[in-house]
Design a protein around this ligand. Structure first.
Ligand code: P6P
Length: 343
């Protein structure tokens, strides 16, 4: 009689996986483990709303505008409050920074500040909510640089190469949380019937052979010469180019996730069309840097066109950056085009 369990895979919850990773570090206090637990919990709560956004009262906007000048969707606000309320009282964070808040998000004085910093975009791509397109949460975790009292802006304005952990949640056909603490990139799929993220994609590596390129070609006329020539090359117009397929959702987390899993490059270059986007649309601290940390840990790369994203120190919380991220050979190739053709 064969063992009926012999063909069943192991069941590993994200909590068990995080704890097992902590055990490999005897010096660990468990603080980072608990922050990751809290982010996973926030993801479960946000996911419970995103699956019903089309039905519930949560659909639509609050009518307010955020620091980006973007109309705040109710789900944005819900996501922002959920992440804050799970993390403000734990004594693990000294300060937070969010895409939805002009300044740093202080830890309320009644709670003891901790030694870590959480930066996050609570719900990226939220303009897609009303069209049932995948959206996402992006987060990064730093150690504080200040040693006492409340955390400060200085604690937030750190380069991606100082991240101790980063990840994203993609709310799509299923909800996945993908994170890294610098020891591989691991994906967990939410089983809503039990409310658990289960290990589904251990040790994600960007495939050596790329399949896609992802860019909004509607802005092509406003790109630099180097970016335009790279795009011609990558789509095969130029001899020797790979002739990749174009896939573009217009939701950073979903576009990044596809290139991480299938191989390819996502890019949002600077464009001359919008005076607000001389350095591109995406933000360095809580979008580009956390995704660059993941790309690097999955064998990929991320650049602003000339410099590794991980080496860029933000001058202010909502600083924007051009972003080229995904398969390392493609990122290096676009840098070559930019160096060669852009002054
Ligand atoms: P565009 C969504 O609003 C977002 O911030 C990212 O998620 C996405 O990658 C980008 O903007 C899409 O911008 O200009 O192509 O619509």
């Amino acid at each position: 009689m064969s063992d009926i369990h012999q063909f069943e895979g192991q069941i590993t919850t994200i909590e068990r996986f995080i704890l097992d990773q902590e055990k490999a570090h005897p010096e660990a206090t468990g603080a980072l483990t608990h922050i990751l637990y809290d982010v996973a919990m926030a993801a479960k709560i946000i996911a419970s709303k995103t699956t019903r956004a089309g039905l519930a009262e949560i659909l639509g906007s609050t009518g307010e505008e955020n620091v980006q000048g973007e109309v705040v969707q109710k789900l944005d606000h819900f996501a922002e409050r959920t992440i804050f309320r799970l993390n403000d009282h734990t004594g693990l964070l000294g300060v937070m920074a969010s895409e939805e808040n002009d300044d740093v998000v202080p830890i309320p004085q009644r709670f003891k500040p901790g030694k870590y910093v959480l930066v996050y975009d609570p719900l990226d791509g939220s303009s897609n909510i009303d069209y049932n397109v995948s959206i996402g949460t992006i987060f990064g975790i730093f150690r504080r640089v200040t040693t006492e009292g409340p955390g400060t802006l200085e604690d937030c304005l750190q380069p991606g190469n100082k991240l101790v952990a980063a990840g994203y949640v993609v709310y799509g056909s299923s909800t996945m949380m993908v994170y890294s603490t610098g020891e591989g990139v691991h994906g967990f799929t939410l089983d809503p019937s039990i409310g658990e993220f289960l290990l589904s994609h251990p040790n994600i590596r960007i495939p050596a052979k790329a399949k896609y390129y992802s860019v909004n070609q509607g802005y092509e006329n406003y790109w630099s010469e180097g970016v335009r020539r790279f795009t011609d090359w990558v789509q095969g117009k130029d001899a020797g180019g790979p002739g990749l397929s174009l896939r573009y959702i217009g939701s950073l987390v979903a576009d990044f996730h596809r290139n991480l899993m299938a191989g390819g490059i996502f890019y949002y270059p600077a464009d001359s069309k919008d005076p607000n986007k001389p350095y591109g649309k995406l933000r360095l601290l809580y979008e580009a840097a956390p995704l660059a940390f993941l790309a690097a840990n999955a064998g990929g790369a991320a650049s602003d066109g000339r410099t590794d994203i991980l080496d860029l120190t933000p001058g202010e919380l909502h600083e924007r950056t051009p972003l080229f991220i995904g398969s390392k050979d493609l990122v290096e190739r676009v840098e070559d085009f930019i160096v060669r053709y852009d002054v």
